[in-house]
Design a protein around this ligand. Structure first.
Ligand code: CA
Length: 378
C-alpha cells in the first residue's frame, strides 16, 4: 500500500445569512479535505480542522515525507511527520494538517483490510451514538432570544435530545438567551453553552452562577485556551461542568490540561488534535485521569464519519450496566456541502446517529460535490 499521491480539496460556499461566534463572523463555509492515493488506486479521505488554504499548504509541505511510504504504517508516519515539524509545529496548523493525513491513512487501512476503522481500533462499544445539535449562533440582525428559541425548538422537534448554543458575546445578553432557549426546549432536552473563549474568568464565573438553575450539561471554552488557571477558577467557583479541548493539540497539550484538572469534559477534535491515532491515545489518557471525553466536531461528513469511528471505540467510563454514552456533536448550521460530499448522507433519527459500517471511515466521497463547491482560488 505505497502512497502515490496526496491531494487537497478546498471547498467554499458563501452564506446567505452570516452568523457570529464570540470572536469571528462566518460569511462563508470552507473545508480542506485530504485525499491520499496509493499505487493500487486505493484512496483514503481525511479533513483538517481550521482555515482551509493554510492547512492545504502544510499538507503539501508534508507530501515528500509520505510519497512511497506504506500507508498502513500509521504510527510510524505520524511520528515521522510530527518530528519533522515539531520545532514550529507542536500546536495549530501543523497538527491540523497532520490530522487530515492521519484520518486518510486510517481510511486506507480499513479499505485494505475490508473492515471499518473502529474494528482496527479495537472494536465498537456502540453502533449508535446520541447526537446533540450545535447551532444557536448570534445572527447579524434580529431579536436574539426569539430567534434562538425558534431555532432550538426546531432541533428538539426534529428529534435531538440535546442542543448547544453560542454565548460569549455579552454576559447579560447571553443570560437572557440561555433562559429563552431553556424555556423553548423544555426540561427534557439537554442544553449546553459554548462561549468560544469570549469571556474572562470573572464574567464566566458570574454567568455560570446566574444560570445555575437552567440545568446545563456543560460550559464550553469559557476563557482563552492558554488560561488554564482561569479554567480552574471557573471550575471551582460556579456549578456547571467545564468543557474544552478543540484548541488543544496532541497528547502533550492534553497531558498538561489533564494533570492540572482544568476541565471536567475534554473535547479533542479528531481532525484537529492529531487524527484518529492521536485521539485514541488522548482517550486512554482521559480515562486514566478520570476525565470525561466528548469529541469536538466541526466540518463536513468526512469529519463527522471520523468522529463516529472514534466515538464507537470510546470505552464506557465508568463501566456499569447502563453506561453514560458519549455525544456526537452534530452541526446543524447552514453548510450545503456538509452532507453533499458524501454519496450517502449521515443523518440522525430520534436523536441517534449510526456509526458507518463500510470499510475505513465507512463513507464514499461524492466527487461531483467537490467540483460544485470547489473554492475559487483552488
Ligand atoms: Ca466549541
Amino acid at each position: 500500500m505505497r502512497i502515490a499521491e496526496i491531494h487537497t480539496h478546498l471547498l467554499h460556499h458563501d452564506l446567505d445569512a452570516p452568523f457570529e461566534s464570540s470572536f469571528s463572523r462566518f460569511d462563508a463555509r470552507t473545508a480542506c479535505l485530504v485525499e491520499v492515493v496509493c499505487e493500487d488506486g486505493t484512496a483514503g479521505w481525511g479533513e483538517c480542522l481550521g482555515p482551509s488554504a493554510p492547512n492545504a499548504a502544510i499538507v503539501k509541505a508534508m507530501r515528500s515525507l509520505l510519497i512511497g511510504e506504506n500507508a498502513l504504517d500509521t504510527e510510524r508516519l505520524w511520528l515521522t511527520l510530527y518530528h519533522q515539524f515539531r520545532d514550529q509545529g507542536q500546536m495549530g496548523l501543523a497538527v491540523t494538517a497532520l490530522s487530515g493525513i492521519d484520518v486518510a491513512l486510517w481510511d486506507i487501512k480499513g479499505k485494505h483490510f475490508g473492515v471499518p476503522a473502529h474494528v482496527l481500533m479495537g472494536g465498537a462499544f456502540r453502533k449508535r451514538v446520541p447526537a446533540y445539535a450545535t447551532g444557536g449562533f448570534r445572527r447579524v440582525s434580529g431579536d436574539r432570544p426569539s430567534y434562538l428559541a425558534e431555532e432550538t425548538a426546531g432541533y428538539a422537534a426534529a428529534g435531538f435530545r440535546a442542543v448547544k448554543i453560542k454565548i460569549g458575546y455579552d454576559k447579560d445578553e447571553d443570560i437572557a438567551a440561555i433562559r429563552a432557549v431553556r424555556e423553548a426546549i423544555g426540561r427534557d432536552v439537554r442544553l449546553m453553552i459554548d462561549a468560544n473563549h469570549g469571556y474572562d474568568a470573572v464574567e464566566a464565573i458570574a454567568l455560570g452562577n446566574a444560570v445555575a438553575d437552567q440545568d446545563i450539561d456543560w460550559f464550553e471554552e469559557p476563557v482563552v485556551p492558554e488560561d488554564l488557571a482561569g479554567y480552574r477558577d471557573i471550575r471551582s467557583r460556579q456549578p456547571i461542568p467545564v468543557a474544552g479541548g478543540e484548541t488543544w493539540y496532541t497528547r502533550w497539550s492534553m497531558r498538561t490540561v489533564m494533570e492540572s484538572r482544568s476541565v471536567d469534559i475534554l473535547q479533542p477534535d479528531v481532525c484537529g488534535t492529531g487524527g484518529l491515532s492521536e485521539s485514541l491515545k488522548i482517550a486512554d489518557m482521559a480515562a486514566a485521569f478520570g476525565i470525561r471525553l466528548v469529541p469536538h466536531v466541526w466540518g463536513t461528513g468526512v469529519a463527522v464519519a471520523a468522529a463516529l469511528q472514534f466515538l464507537a471505540v470510546l470505552p464506557p467510563v465508568p463501566p456499569r450496566h447502563e453506561p453514560r454514552g458519549p455525544w456526537l456533536e452534530f452541526d446543524q448550521t447552514d453548510n450545503p456541502f456538509r452532507q453533499a460530499v458524501l454519496t450517502v448522507p449521515i443523518t440522525q433519527s430520534d436523536g441517534m446517529v449510526a456509526v458507518p459500517e463500510g470499510p475505513g471511515l465507512g463513507i464514499t466521497v461524492n466527487r461531483d460535490a467537490l467540483d460544485r463547491f470547489k473554492a475559487p482560488q483552488a
